[in-house]
Write a protein that binds this ligand. Structure first.
Ligand code: FES
Ligand SMILES: [Fe+2]
Length: 321
């Protein structure tokens, strides 16, 4: 009889959970005062609205009464959200403040709220599997407020991959040669700040049509700023923030701005180039598994550093070790 000595690999059982962090759920201009949206994130249904005073509010979607989705036809009333099914109204702390046909409000008539912050033209939610308060601040994108830089261009892209694998891609210089058809693997280095939290990738991109120095600052999986310098005045910033829809689907939001000096040279073409690059990654991502324990070779140093760095964003490190 044949003896089975190792479990077969399945496509799904190696996927890590969602890492903690700030994740974008909408762009600011997509949520007008009084507007309500359905949001799918972290394999959950959420309801997002902008109150009459302009504050973005994010909460669990399902009404504690009979489970209607508050993000679908829910209605903003002042600083609260009214359920479309029987009119129960919840304030921005999640407390039910009105049942139109009953004077008494049950104690358990509450909805779970999510910590939200609006910055850099986006609305972010803090996710932590144990619901702890934010552990660090969001970065501030100064270029978006600087007159030397163009007004931003936007792109969104849904990719069929876990959020960690997208971040890992930027610490993977070898794949530029095989997936993105560059002549050589760019010279790259990965460094991590003294406090251990922010990762920097620097690459010397010599083999492209426009040689450049690339510096990616990675704040967490799903939040990175990539600065590209062609010459001192010719610079570009691509800001990448992500919304993990579920464990295998991620919505990427890209924001591009360039120095005014190169606006006519590097605007839409650069954005199209990035989208083209992502479409090259797409078939790999759509068909790969997440390897918990990859076999690395000696030259895979940047990937090894990435894997060590990324552990801090998980509560149970054994899940991704
Ligand atoms: S389901 Fe929301 S008020 Fe009844
Ligand atoms: Fe790539």
């Amino acid at each position: 009889m044949t003896q089975i000595i190792a479990a077969c690999e399945s496509r799904t059982n190696t996927t890590p959970d969602f890492p903690m962090g700030w994740y974008s759920v909408a762009r600011s201009h997509e949520l007008l005062v009084g507007e309500v949206k359905r949001v799918q994130a972290f394999d959950r249904e959420l309801a997002l609205y902008r109150s009459r005073s302009g504050v973005p509010v994010l909460q669990d979607a399902f009404c504690p009464h009979l489970g209607a989705h508050l993000g679908v036809e829910g209605r903003v009333v002042g600083e609260s959200l009214r359920c479309p099914f029987h009119g129960w109204r919840f304030d921005s702390s999640g407390q039910c403040v009105e049942i139109p046909y009953c004077d008494e409000i049950p104690d358990r008539a509450r909805i779970r709220m999510w910590p939200v912050e609006e910055r850099n033209g986006e609305i972010y939610v803090w996710f932590h599997p144990e619901n702890t308060a934010p552990k660090y601040e969001l970065p501030d994108l100064v270029e978006l407020r600087d007159e030397q830089w163009t007004s931003p261009r936007y792109a969104e892209f849904e990719v069929p991959v876990h959020i960690q694998d997208i971040a890992e891609n930027s610490c993977d210089p070898v794949h530029f040669q095989y997936v993105h058809k560059q002549m050589h693997t760019p010279e790259s280095s990965v460094t991590i700040d003294d406090d251990g939290r922010i990762l920097h990738l620097r690459s010397d991109m010599k083999d492209t049509d426009f040689p450049n120095q690339l510096h990616a600052t990675v704040y967490q999986p799903g939040l990175a700023v990539v600065r590209t310098t062609y010459s001192p005045e010719a610079q570009m910033v691509v800001y990448n923030s992500a919304q993990p829809i579920d464990l295998n689907r991620t919505l990427l939001r890209w924001t591009l701005t360039v120095r005014r000096e190169i606006e006519d040279l590097a605007g839409d073409d650069v954005m199209n180039g990035i989208i083209e690059g992502l479409s090259q990654d797409y078939p790999i991502w759509a068909n790969k598994v997440h390897k918990q324990k990859p076999v690395f070779c000696r030259e895979d140093k940047t990937l090894v550093m990435f894997r060590k760095w990324v552990r801090q964003f998980y509560v149970d490190v054994r899940e991704i070790a």
